[in-house]
Design a protein around this ligand. Sequence first.
Ligand code: HEM
Length: 315
Amino acid sequence: MTAIASNISALWILIANGWMQNPVGYVIRNGRAELESFTAVVTNHFAWWEFLHTVPSAYVLSGFFVLGVSAWHLLRKNELNLFKKSFRIAAIWTLIFSLYLIIEGHIHGSEVAKTQPTKLAAMEAHWETEKGAGWTLFAIPNKEKESNSFEIKIPKILSLLAFHDPEAEIKGLKEWPKEERPPVALTFWSFRIMVGLGFLFGLLSILAFLKRHNPEMSHFLMRILVLNIPLPYIAVQAGWIVAEVGRQPWIVYGVMKTKDAVSPLSEVQVGLSLPAFIIIYGILGIICFWLIVHYARKGPEPLASTSTFKEKLTI
Ligand code: HEM
């Protein structure tokens, strides 16, 4: 029940976020956006693509977490039967969602190209409008010079990936005034980190799947899977940086700027509430991290022997 409820909760959060990314079903009345069509908001295609990407990315994270913890115990020969089983289940689960994420991520990228051209241009550090645009493998974006100081490009691939046509036109950042462009380097590199990790996860999940029947034999893979545990967390954060930093300077894309959405708070209110949030969430984060590491390393409680089990039943 908790798992189902969390997934549904994620859907509503992403419908709200999807509206900020691609506002639909509203009218501006008396200077504010008012709901006109609930159906349009709930069926917003951008929100659904976000849902279909974000929730499975959490499944990939959980899958690699179980694989990593299982590998840690298998390397130490703890509870072999239990951890071989958890490894096997997680290997199948992770393979499905890692490969799915690469395919769906590509479709998601095409949606961004259609809906948020400034975000696409920042994701690709693409400055000049061009037909048959190349895909930038590596670049050092230079905001002042409005170009990349250094870049490695593969011709035509960006047009092909974004619009499934190698000759399609991709608008460059220079099409928009400077104050309407997102931060380029952060968006560009976050996108590269997420996609790079996405392909690494695809490879690791294939290897884990192939070794699922006797994972304890592959020490090298087991060590890599333990080291891999933090990487899906980084991929998820990088994904959100692409989605949110890439949307700037808009809080609601094309409708309202982030600077116009700032609440009228005094410096004292911000000066008190911000450190309070940082301290409380910092403490909660440390406790949570400690608990996860503690219980993951501890492994399961030993199974009660038949006699104690019977005794407990009698009691
Ligand atoms: C090859 C693989 C991938 C591709 C092509 C891809 C594509 C994308 C795109 C285009 C966005 C931006 C969408 C927007 O602005 O709303 C995005 C966002 C995101 N990505 Fe990825 N992604 C990939 C892999 C991953 C992986 C491996 C994870 C995490 C395990 C991940 C987690 C996220 C998250 C949490 C977001 C923000 C929410 C959203 O916009 O859907 N992605 N991804």
